[in-house]
Design a protein around this ligand. Sequence first.
Ligand SMILES: [Zn+2]
Length: 220
Amino acid sequence: MTWTVGSMRFGARGLMAVLAATTAAPRAATGQAVRLGVVMDLPRQTLEAAWTNAPQQVERAYCVTDWSYGVYHVSRVAPIQDDTVFRVFAIRDADVSNAGPSAVDFECPDGMPELHVHTPTTCMGDDVTTCVSGGLNAYSCQPSRGDLEKLVRRRDAFAVLQCDLHAFRFYYASEYPTPAVVASGPGSRPRTGNLTPAMRYNEPVTQPATDPGSGSRSSP
Ligand SMILES: [Zn+2]
Protein backbone atom coordinates (compact mmCIF):
# COMPACT_ATOMS: atom_id res chain seq x y z
CA MET A 1 0.00 0.00 0.00
CA THR A 2 1.34 3.36 -0.92
CA TRP A 3 0.43 6.90 -0.21
CA THR A 4 0.74 8.21 -3.71
CA VAL A 5 -1.38 11.28 -4.05
CA GLY A 6 0.01 14.25 -2.26
CA SER A 7 -2.23 16.38 -0.14
CA MET A 8 -3.77 19.25 -2.04
CA ARG A 9 -4.80 22.29 -0.09
CA PHE A 10 -7.58 24.59 -1.11
CA GLY A 11 -7.72 28.04 0.33
CA ALA A 12 -10.15 30.73 -0.62
CA ARG A 13 -7.57 32.01 -3.02
CA GLY A 14 -7.24 30.11 -6.26
CA LEU A 15 -10.52 28.45 -5.60
CA MET A 16 -11.76 28.35 -9.14
CA ALA A 17 -8.63 26.67 -10.32
CA VAL A 18 -9.16 23.71 -8.09
CA LEU A 19 -12.91 23.38 -8.16
CA ALA A 20 -12.74 20.68 -10.77
CA ALA A 21 -10.39 18.69 -8.63
CA THR A 22 -12.39 19.12 -5.44
CA THR A 23 -15.57 17.94 -7.04
CA ALA A 24 -14.04 15.14 -9.01
CA ALA A 25 -11.59 13.15 -6.97
CA PRO A 26 -13.02 13.00 -3.46
CA ARG A 27 -16.56 12.55 -4.64
CA ALA A 28 -15.83 9.65 -6.92
CA ALA A 29 -18.24 6.95 -5.91
CA THR A 30 -16.70 4.04 -7.74
CA GLY A 31 -13.87 2.42 -5.91
CA GLN A 32 -14.37 4.55 -2.85
CA ALA A 33 -13.72 2.53 0.25
CA VAL A 34 -13.61 4.73 3.31
CA ARG A 35 -13.64 8.45 3.94
CA LEU A 36 -11.95 9.86 6.99
CA GLY A 37 -12.09 13.37 8.31
CA VAL A 38 -9.76 15.25 10.60
CA VAL A 39 -10.23 18.71 12.09
CA MET A 40 -6.70 19.99 12.55
CA ASP A 41 -5.40 21.77 15.65
CA LEU A 42 -6.17 25.39 14.81
CA PRO A 43 -9.83 25.06 13.85
CA ARG A 44 -10.33 22.47 16.56
CA GLN A 45 -9.10 24.92 19.19
CA THR A 46 -11.50 27.56 17.86
CA LEU A 47 -14.42 25.15 17.99
CA GLU A 48 -13.53 23.86 21.42
CA ALA A 49 -13.23 27.38 22.76
CA ALA A 50 -16.68 28.23 21.47
CA TRP A 51 -18.23 25.04 22.82
CA THR A 52 -20.58 25.43 25.75
CA ASN A 53 -22.90 23.18 27.68
CA ALA A 54 -25.20 26.08 28.49
CA PRO A 55 -28.81 24.96 28.24
CA GLN A 56 -30.05 27.84 26.14
CA GLN A 57 -27.96 28.33 23.07
CA VAL A 58 -28.45 28.24 19.34
CA GLU A 59 -26.52 26.42 16.69
CA ARG A 60 -23.36 28.00 15.32
CA ALA A 61 -22.04 27.75 11.78
CA TYR A 62 -18.70 28.09 10.06
CA CYS A 63 -17.22 27.97 6.59
CA VAL A 64 -14.18 25.82 5.91
CA THR A 65 -11.73 28.17 4.23
CA ASP A 66 -8.78 25.81 3.94
CA TRP A 67 -8.88 22.07 3.57
CA SER A 68 -7.21 19.23 1.78
CA TYR A 69 -7.74 15.69 0.80
CA GLY A 70 -5.40 12.84 0.18
CA VAL A 71 -6.16 9.54 -1.46
CA TYR A 72 -4.81 6.35 -0.02
CA HIS A 73 -4.77 3.47 -2.47
CA VAL A 74 -5.92 0.32 -0.74
CA SER A 75 -6.10 -1.85 -3.79
CA ARG A 76 -4.84 -1.27 -7.30
CA VAL A 77 -6.54 -4.32 -8.73
CA ALA A 78 -10.25 -4.67 -9.30
CA PRO A 79 -12.22 -3.82 -7.40
CA ILE A 80 -10.01 -0.77 -6.99
CA GLN A 81 -10.49 0.82 -3.61
CA ASP A 82 -9.30 4.20 -2.44
CA ASP A 83 -9.59 5.70 1.00
CA THR A 84 -9.77 9.46 1.25
CA VAL A 85 -8.60 11.58 4.16
CA PHE A 86 -10.06 15.05 4.43
CA ARG A 87 -8.35 17.64 6.59
CA VAL A 88 -9.80 20.90 7.78
CA PHE A 89 -7.08 23.51 8.31
CA ALA A 90 -9.03 26.72 8.77
CA ILE A 91 -12.56 27.94 9.37
CA ARG A 92 -14.31 31.25 9.72
CA ASP A 93 -17.69 32.28 11.08
CA ALA A 94 -20.47 31.86 8.57
CA ASP A 95 -23.01 34.55 7.82
CA VAL A 96 -25.99 33.26 9.75
CA SER A 97 -29.42 34.49 8.74
CA ASN A 98 -31.36 32.60 11.37
CA ALA A 99 -30.37 30.31 14.23
CA GLY A 100 -32.30 28.18 16.67
CA PRO A 101 -31.43 25.37 19.03
CA SER A 102 -31.98 22.68 16.41
CA ALA A 103 -31.22 24.41 13.13
CA VAL A 104 -29.14 27.19 11.68
CA ASP A 105 -29.63 28.94 8.36
CA PHE A 106 -26.42 29.95 6.70
CA GLU A 107 -24.63 29.72 3.42
CA CYS A 108 -20.95 29.47 2.68
CA PRO A 109 -19.41 30.60 -0.61
CA ASP A 110 -19.07 28.03 -3.34
CA GLY A 111 -16.14 25.75 -2.69
CA MET A 112 -16.11 26.32 1.07
CA PRO A 113 -17.52 23.25 2.84
CA GLU A 114 -19.78 23.88 5.77
CA LEU A 115 -19.43 23.07 9.44
CA HIS A 116 -22.12 23.54 12.05
CA VAL A 117 -22.67 22.73 15.69
CA HIS A 118 -25.35 20.53 17.16
CA THR A 119 -26.03 21.85 20.64
CA PRO A 120 -25.81 19.47 23.62
CA THR A 121 -29.37 20.19 24.63
CA THR A 122 -32.89 18.85 24.36
CA CYS A 123 -35.67 21.29 23.53
CA MET A 124 -39.37 21.43 22.92
CA GLY A 125 -39.50 22.11 19.23
CA ASP A 126 -37.46 25.12 18.18
CA ASP A 127 -38.13 27.16 21.32
CA VAL A 128 -34.76 27.90 22.89
CA THR A 129 -36.33 28.88 26.22
CA THR A 130 -37.41 25.26 26.71
CA CYS A 131 -33.98 23.76 26.22
CA VAL A 132 -32.19 21.83 28.92
CA SER A 133 -28.64 20.55 28.99
CA GLY A 134 -28.29 16.91 28.09
CA GLY A 135 -31.36 14.81 27.58
CA LEU A 136 -32.36 12.60 24.72
CA ASN A 137 -31.36 14.88 21.87
CA ALA A 138 -28.03 16.04 23.23
CA TYR A 139 -24.93 14.89 21.38
CA SER A 140 -26.82 13.77 18.32
CA CYS A 141 -24.12 13.35 15.78
CA GLN A 142 -26.38 12.62 12.88
CA PRO A 143 -26.74 15.12 10.08
CA SER A 144 -30.40 15.95 9.72
CA ARG A 145 -32.29 15.40 6.51
CA GLY A 146 -31.93 19.11 5.89
CA ASP A 147 -28.18 18.92 6.52
CA LEU A 148 -27.77 16.09 4.00
CA GLU A 149 -29.99 17.66 1.38
CA LYS A 150 -28.06 20.89 1.64
CA LEU A 151 -24.77 19.05 1.20
CA VAL A 152 -26.09 17.29 -1.89
CA ARG A 153 -27.40 20.55 -3.28
CA ARG A 154 -24.08 22.33 -2.71
CA ARG A 155 -22.04 19.45 -4.13
CA ASP A 156 -19.37 19.88 -1.49
CA ALA A 157 -17.02 16.99 -0.92
CA PHE A 158 -17.97 16.87 2.75
CA ALA A 159 -19.54 18.75 5.60
CA VAL A 160 -18.81 18.58 9.32
CA LEU A 161 -20.82 18.48 12.51
CA GLN A 162 -19.48 19.29 15.94
CA CYS A 163 -21.66 17.43 18.42
CA ASP A 164 -19.53 17.46 21.55
CA LEU A 165 -16.50 19.30 22.82
CA HIS A 166 -14.03 17.11 20.98
CA ALA A 167 -16.31 15.25 18.57
CA PHE A 168 -16.40 16.11 14.89
CA ARG A 169 -18.48 14.12 12.50
CA PHE A 170 -17.76 14.39 8.79
CA TYR A 171 -20.59 13.46 6.47
CA TYR A 172 -20.84 12.93 2.77
CA ALA A 173 -23.38 13.09 -0.02
CA SER A 174 -23.15 9.32 -0.36
CA GLU A 175 -24.99 9.01 2.96
CA TYR A 176 -28.06 10.43 1.32
CA PRO A 177 -29.78 8.04 -1.05
CA THR A 178 -31.34 9.51 -4.12
CA PRO A 179 -34.95 10.56 -3.54
CA ALA A 180 -36.06 8.03 -6.15
CA VAL A 181 -34.71 5.23 -4.00
CA VAL A 182 -36.13 6.60 -0.77
CA ALA A 183 -39.56 7.22 -2.21
CA SER A 184 -39.95 3.90 -3.98
CA GLY A 185 -42.13 1.18 -2.58
CA PRO A 186 -45.14 1.33 -0.31
CA GLY A 187 -44.56 2.22 3.28
CA SER A 188 -41.14 3.66 2.68
CA ARG A 189 -42.21 7.26 2.82
CA PRO A 190 -39.55 9.04 4.86
CA ARG A 191 -40.64 10.27 8.24
CA THR A 192 -39.62 13.80 8.88
CA GLY A 193 -40.79 14.21 12.46
CA ASN A 194 -38.73 13.97 15.58
CA LEU A 195 -36.43 11.13 14.72
CA THR A 196 -33.85 11.58 17.40
CA PRO A 197 -35.25 9.96 20.52
CA ALA A 198 -32.18 7.99 21.38
CA MET A 199 -29.30 8.97 19.19
CA ARG A 200 -26.43 9.22 21.58
CA TYR A 201 -22.91 9.67 20.54
CA ASN A 202 -19.98 9.18 22.84
CA GLU A 203 -17.04 8.21 20.70
CA PRO A 204 -15.54 10.24 17.93
CA VAL A 205 -15.61 8.15 14.80
CA THR A 206 -13.73 10.51 12.58
CA GLN A 207 -10.30 9.72 13.91
CA PRO A 208 -8.67 7.08 11.77
CA ALA A 209 -7.09 4.17 13.61
CA THR A 210 -4.03 4.64 11.51
CA ASP A 211 -3.56 7.95 9.89
CA PRO A 212 -2.07 7.59 6.43
CA GLY A 213 -1.84 11.35 6.18
CA SER A 214 0.94 11.42 8.68
CA GLY A 215 3.02 9.03 6.63
CA SER A 216 5.38 9.83 3.89
CA ARG A 217 4.03 11.34 0.76
CA SER A 218 5.19 11.63 -2.76
CA SER A 219 3.98 13.78 -5.57
CA PRO A 220 1.68 12.25 -8.12
ZN1 LIG B 1 -27.59 19.96 11.67
